[in-house]
Every structure is written in C-alpha cells, then in structure tokens.
Design a protein around this ligand. Structure first.
Ligand code: PRX
Length: 654
C-alpha cells in the first residue's frame, strides 16, 4: 500500500460450524467440494471445462477453453456457441414447465406467479417485439425499469436475440441515464411510466424523456411498460406501449446461438476517476459462473424459494435474479418496493407469506432493519428460511450476529459473499455445508478462483496481520471482458499496477490464522454507500458543475447504517456563506447532486471552506479530509498547508 501495509484492527475469534441438520441435507458434500478444489488446483482449465460440460447446454462445443493470446483480454470457451436465454428457460421446459420461475410481489400488494413455460412465452413474445422494432444481434438496448418481472423479461429477451442490454438502475437521474445511453450508443430504451417505491410512484418516463430531450441521437425507439398508470406523454413515432409492442407477436422465438464470448451485457459502475465504466460481460463464462456459484454458495435445492433483494440495476440483480437461479431452474422472488413500506416488517412478512428458504441481502439493509428491534421479525414465522446471505460491503460482526440470531434463529448458516461488478459472480464465500465461518469474513475463494493478497511489489503477504492488495492470479470465466469503448482504461484500471501479472480488485484485505480472507475496504477513491459503489469523482464533478461552486472534494465518513456516508468539502464562489445562507446553499447543492447523479449520491454533509488542503504538488489531501470527516484527531503532517487556518473551516469550527 502507498501508506505502508495496513494493520488490521478487527479481532474476531468466533467460528460458526455448519449446523448438523444443514450438513445432512446439503446439495454439495465436503468430499465433492474437496474434489473440485483438487481438480481446480491441479488444472484449472480442466475444472472449468468440466463445469461448462455439466452446467451449460451448447449449440456448438468450444475448441479452446481459455484463449490467452490477447491477455488480459481473455477469451473463454473459444469456438463454442450457445444462447443464454435458452439456457435459462427452454432447457427447463421438459421437466419444469409448470414450476414457478418468478413470484412477484408489488409494493402495494398484488402477487403474480409466473411459471417457466409462461416466462419462456413472455420472453419470446417480447424478443419478437424487439426484432419487429429493428433490434438485432449486437445492438445495445438500455433498460430503465422498476423491479418488476418485465425487467427480467426484457433482459432475457435481449439475450435471446443476441442484443446487448445495459440496465440502468431506476434510482439514477436523467443525466446519468443520458450519459449511459450515449456511451453505449443504444438504439432502444425500455422503460415504464413509473414504479412503486417508498410509498409513492417513481417517475421513470419523465426522467427518460428528460434524458432523451438532452440529446441521445442513437435512440430510435422507446418501449414503455404501463405499471403505475400515471399520465405520461408518448412521443409519436418514437414511443410505444409495451402491451402494443407485444400485441401481435407470436410467443415462440427461436433462441439465436451466439459465440461464447459474445457480449451479454454492459453494466456501468463507478471508478475513482472519470465517467462511469461500462463493464462488459460475455455470454458463456458469465452464465456458467452465475449458475455454478448460485448452486454452490446457496446450496440450491429444487424446492427452494430464493430471494435476492437486489435491484436488477446492480450486478447482484443480474447474476442472482435474472440469470444464475433461472439457469439452475430455481424459483425466485422479486419484490418491487422498499423494505419499510408499509412498515419495517415488510421483508419478514414477504418471507413468511411466500415461504422464502434462502434470503440474500446487503449489510446496509440488515443494519437498517435491526434498528427497529427484535420484536418486528419475531412477530413473523421465519421458519422456512434455511440459509442467509450478505453482499456489497463488509458485514460488521454486530449485524452478522443479529442476522444469525434473529433472522436465522441460530440454525441458518450465513454466506458472506465477496465479489464485484467486474467479477460477474461470487469469488469468495463460505460453502454453507462445509465452511466454519467467523462473523465478518468472506472466508475462502471458491474452487478455480486464485485470490491472493500482495504488497506493493506484488509479493504475497504472508503475515496474517498485515493487509495488502486483493488480487486474482488467474483468469476466471465470468471476468469482465473489457470496458466498453475503452480497452486502455480496462488495462490501466485492473492490470497495469502489477504489469499484467494479476487482476487488481481495488480492495485491500488481510487473512487470519485460519487462512480466511477479511476485506478491509477500497484502496481507491471509491465510496461504498449502502453497498453500492460511487466514485468520489462523480459527486465532485456534479458539485463543480453548479454555478456557485469553484472546487469540491468528496470523501467517505463511516456511517452506522449506510457503511459510508458522503462528506463534501466545497469552495463556493465569492464569500463563504454562513447561517441561513449556508443552509440554503447546502439544500440547493444536495438537490443538484441528486438531479445530476441520483438520490443515492446526495452528500450527507457539506462544509464550506475558502480553499481545500493540498500537497505541494497540488493534490488534494484526501486522507486528511477523511480524518476530519470522521471526527478523528489529525495525525497527518499539516505543516505543508498553504493556509493552515482552513483547518478550522474544514472542521466546521469557525
Ligand atoms: O469493496 C468491495 C465491496 O463492494 C465492491 C464491489 O462493488 P460492486 O461492483 O458495486 O458490487 C457489489 C455487489 C457484488 C467490492 O470491491 N464488497 C462486495 N461484497 C463484499 C464487499 N466487501 C466486503 N465483503 C463483501 N462480502
């Protein structure tokens, strides 16, 4: 690390063994897991080849497992052909046609159950509608939808005809949507009039119109799902209702075989610098690992009702809502709305009603729901739940223990899954029937995943106490292929630091005496707000684009619920405002960032200063700002500051 190896401070000694009853019914035995580890260690290509044979239906077999001739642009299963949608739907029609694929519950109630046969028809019908609108293989389609089954239908329909989808989270603003549409050069936008979230309709079509009117020259057509029935304008010649688009379409559409590495989707994610990156994922490798990890980590059983609470706008909603579980033939639950509507018992009520067996959510949700007290979940029957999962950020031992005791009734294992948008699937996690788990650790890499921790020179850090860079030493099938339109950025961001020797995740981590991995946080300027990555740059650019702002620096401050809260230091134009003027400007800037990026990026704190602390070379002293934001004593050298009096301003003490 640039600031020396980080000393780990967490000292968690407890180890939770897999419960005996859980082990007895497990899908994967310790011996089978051992065999997988052994094969992967001996010959990782042979391991992936075996998994690809067992788990994917191919239209044409591959000729080469891993083509590394253009490393780090690796190609998996070269020469092979398949269709992702066929692997999620058609493959089940013989044995599971009537099995429920999706149980959907709207925020205002209203439950829909969709069988595999029905889902296949709906996806095919919509795929035909896409074709009728001129969309073909390789075209980009942006999906900006609420959390409803049609979002999955749209994704699967794109996959069926080889179109590349880019889902933009419905909570992002018009500006963020427009940037993503333009970066992808999308021909079509699929959206809805709105969605229900937080007790009131969210206005998606209005935001979409605003995005398009700001200039999206590549968009030819907009398909609009009617969800809330709010009044929305429809632009003649461009906009068409979903129901009209599918009205005359046949419910059969032959899935198009595509190359194994054909791009399945782009998903924009934050980096430390510049605009969001369009992380590009391929078809076969991605699907293989989404399914494999789903089955392994969540101990997949035919009768499961699997609920991953993530929105389809994030990678978790791609891999563990739209693809992995469907490829396995599972029943998934989708919920449209907020966890606290109409009250903080909503998640638990859904688990009770639909007899959810496996529940997967983020620490931020656990911490938020924990606040309402044990009585809330205890007033529901949660006995159907047999396994719990966590994702998105380190789970603090207190939240882990509450999750285990109250939701898991001390009989459910917890899988703390570490992965990223870029990795496509879970990389490190306990296997619930096998791994002894300390609260707060994602434990071990899964078979075939060569995770390691290295120092600045790229040497493995051997002392368990010391932290280092988390890296992956070998390519894996669900790795990102590139950054859409910017391969140099792909190489620079993930490979350059150690000259292409391994993938650099951007996290720091350490191991413990059992060899378990503990994630310590990001090493770049990326915030983790409520389990979602946000670049400090994005918030800073939004702030400086406001006419009253000269300069801004944004850092994270530890937050009990959100993991990290956003703290912005702003140099305003003219005199530093105080009193009511300062309050008014804070309000204005928060609203501005919300409009530019989305409500998730709204700074929790804004503090005004006449200048920002900089090093002699002109770099903003972020570590100092982080220290101040978290209210800690300053230990850094501040003697080089041009204007030491700004320290008081930054502390909010003048
Ligand atoms: O810092 C790690 C954290 O989230 C980052 C990835 O964010 P994103 O691409 O948005 O994907 C989130 C869902 C996969 C990682 O670099 N992170 C994710 N899971 C964990 C985690 N940190 C600690 N423990 C985890 N289980």
């Amino acid at each position: 690390m640039s600031e020396g190896n980080i000393k780990s401070i967490l000292n968690e000694e407890r180890l939770f063994q897999p419960p005996t009853d859980f082990v007895k019914q497990a899908a994967l035995s310790a011996t089978e897991l051992e065999q997988r580890y052994a094969l992967a260690a001996q010959d990782s290509n042979a391991y992936w080849e075996k998994m690809a044979t067992d788990l994917i239906v191919w239209d044409k077999p591959w000729s080469q497992v891993l083509d590394d001739s253009k490393a780090p642009n690796y190609k998996w299963f070269s020469g092979g052909e398949l269709n992702v949608s066929a692997n999620c739907l058609d493959v089940h029609l013989e044995t599971r046609a009537d099995k429920t694929a999706i149980i959907f519950e709207g925020e205002q109630g209203g439950v829909r159950r969709i069988s595999y046969a029905e889902l296949t028809s709906e996806v095919s019908r919509f795929a035909n509608a896409l074709k009728a609108s001129g969309i073909s293989c390789g075209d980009r389609v942006v999906i900006y939808m609420p959390m409803v089954p049609e979002a999955v239908i749209a994704m699967q329909a794109c996959a069926r005809i080889g179109a590349i989808h880019s889902v933009v989270f419905g909570g992002f603003s018009a500006v963020a949507l427009r940037d993503r549409i333009n970066d992808a050069g999308a021909r079509m936008l699929i959206t809805a009039d709105g969605g229900f979230r937080g007790g009131s309709p969210v206005e998606l079509k209005r935001a979409a119109d605003e995005a398009l009117s700001g200039g999206c020259p590549t968009i030819e057509r907009v398909i609009v799902l009617q969800r809330t029935k709010q009044d929305v304008p429809m632009k003649v010649g461009r906009d068409i209702w979903w129901s009209d688009a599918i009205a005359d379409q046949c419910d059969e559409c032959a899935p198009l075989p595509v190359e194994a590495s054909h791009p399945l989707f782009l998903l924009y994610t934050s980096g430390s610098t510049g605009k969001p990156k369009g992380v590009q994922h391929g078809s076969a490798g991605y699907l293989l690992n989404a399914r494999l990890t789903y089955e392994t980590v969540f101990d997949y059983q035919e009768t499961d009702v699997f609920w991953c609470t993530a929105d389809v706008g994030w990678i978790t909603g791609h891999s563990y809502v739209a693809y992995g579980p469907l490829a396995a033939g599972a029943t998934i639950l989708m919920y449209e709305g907020s966890p606290t509507v109409p009250d903080a018992g909503r998640f638990w009520k859904i688990c009770e009603t639909h007899k959810v067996t496996v529940f997967y959510t983020a620490p931020t949700a656990i911490r938020a729901l924990m606040r309402f007290g044990d009585e809330v979940p205890e007033s529901y029957d949660l006995s159907s739940i047999r396994l719990l999962g966590s994702v998105g950020e380190p789970i603090n031992p207190e939240a882990w223990t509450w999750y285990h005791r109250v939701i898991g009734r001390e009989v459910c294992p917890i899988v703390d899954t570490w992965w990223q948008t870029e990795t496509g699937g879970i990389m490190m996690s306990p296997v619930p029937s096998v791994t002894a788990t300390p609260p707060g650790s994602c434990t071990q890499p899964l078979p075939g995943i060569a995770a390691d921790i290295v120092d600045d020179q790229g040497n493995t850090v051997t002392s368990p106490e010391l932290g280092g860079y988390l890296v992956i030493r070998k390519p894996w099938p669900s790795m990102l292929q590139t950054i859409w339109g910017d391969n140099d950025r792909y190489i620079e961001t993930y490979w350059e630091k150690f000259h292409g020797r391994f993938y650099v995740a951007g996290d720091s981590a350490h191991t413990d005496k059992h060899g378990n991995f503990w994630i310590m946080g990001r090493i770049d300027d990326v915030l983790n707000v409520s389990g979602h990555r946000l670049g400090t740059m994005e918030v800073e650019s939004a702030l400086v684009s406001h006419e009253k702002v000269v300069e801004a620096a944004v850092v994270g401050r530890p937050d009990e619920i959100k993991g990290e809260a956003i703290f912005a230091y702003v140099v305003p134009c003219g005199a530093r405002p105080s009193g009511d003027d300062a309050k008014a400007l804070v309000k204005e800037l928060r609203a501005w960032v919300s409009k530019q990026v989305g409500p998730i990026a709204k700074p929790d704190n804004i503090r005004f200063a006449d200048s920002l602390p900089k090093t002699r070379s002109g770099k903003i002293m972020r570590r100092l700002l982080r220290t101040i934001a978290s209210g800690e004593a300053i230990t850094q050298d501040t003697s080089t500051l041009e204007d030491p009096s700004i320290l008081d301003q930054l502390r909010g003490e003048d």
